[in-house]
Design a protein around this ligand. Structure first.
Ligand SMILES: Nc1ncnc2c1ncn2[C@@H]1O[C@H](COP(=O)(O)OP(=O)(O)O)[C@@H](O)[C@H]1O
Ligand SMILES: [Mg+2]
Length: 263
């Protein structure tokens, strides 16, 4: 029964069949001391795809994001972005400039600065900090910030100090900080954590709207959230891919039920 997961003809692979991979991981190995955090991990994400990564605590989900963003170096394996960019030798800053943006679990906005100022700084981050602080925003950049403020429902709060925002609004701002940098690939680690039901629903809607224009990899525990956004799900367990497929398919997988979903 479990094997059938990979061979079913109706495999919902709609983005990957029609688009090139934006990211390919081949046989990635990561060890901490002698502990294997990722073992021969191979994974491919298509341009415009919205991929969910699920799995029990300690499965290696955050390590996977650390590898993609250059925070952690793999011991071996290949990481290819946009089909011909080798990420393995690149620094985190270079990887971010190449178009891979990451949202961490904890918000890291500049609390003393306004919502708008946080977005402005993020937008200019790919220039030098000095030009960034001096330069006036051009019209196009302003439009983009306005658009992102609207998308994140923060327009009314643009002049508020970010420290006064609610937890959910800070999380939204953090997503906005990513979006103004126009990343090709967004990595989001537990974006629904601590959000209200209404905020979670809105974020799901937003991610659906972003897919296609951006590629997204979302790590999330909230299965309701995963259900509402995912085209395709990768289940990690002990640093390996245990199963891949539509949520329905992985939920029916015996091994996934045993190690993660429970009976
Ligand atoms: N810097 C590190 N040093 C040592 N062990 C680590 C480090 N980072 C992660 N690990 C270990 O690797 C495993 C995978 O962790 P992680 O990627 O955070 O899992 P997940 O995000 O799926 O919960 C865990 O057992 C964790 O303790
Ligand atoms: Mg984690």
């Amino acid at each position: 029964m479990t094997d059938s997961l990979f061979t079913q003809p109706q495999l919902q692979d709609r983005y990957r069949k029609t688009t090139d991979p934006v990211l390919q991981l081949e046989k990635i190995n990561v060890t901490f001391d002698s502990f294997c955090a990722l073992t021969d991990l191979s994974l491919s994400i298509g341009v415009g795809e919205l991929r969910c990564v699920i799995g029990p605590n300690g499965a290696g989900k955050t390590t996977l994001m650390d590898i993609i963003t250059g925070k952690t170096r793999p011991d071996s394996g290949k990481l290819t972005y946009d089909q011909n960019i080798d990420l393995t030798g690149m620094s985190p800053v270079e990887i971010s400039r190449a178009g891979i943006g990451r949202k961490f679990q904890k918000p890291t906005v500049f609390e003393a600065l306004s919502v708008m100022e946080n977005l402005e700084i993020a937008q200019k981050m790919d220039k030098s900090v000095w030009t960034s602080l001096r330069a006036k925003l051009n019209g196009e950049q302003r439009d983009r910030i306005d658009e992102v403020l609207q998308q994140l429902r923060l327009t009314e709060y643009r002049h508020h100090p970010s420290g006064l925002l609610s937890h959910g609004q800070k999380q939204f701002l953090e997503i906005g900080i990513l979006l103004v940098q126009e990343p090709h690939l967004l990595l989001l680690d537990e974006p629904a954590a601590g959000l209200t039901d209404a905020e979670t629903e809105y974020i799901a809607e937003l991610f659906r709207a972003l897919a296609g224009k951006h590629s997204l990899m979302v790590v999330e525990h909230d299965m309701g959230f995963v259900e509402s956004i995912a085209d395709y799900v990768t289940v990690l367990h002990q640093g390996q891919v245990l199963a891949e497929g539509s949520l329905r398919q992985v939920q029916a997988n015996e091994q996934v039920i045993n190690v993660y979903l429970g009976r």
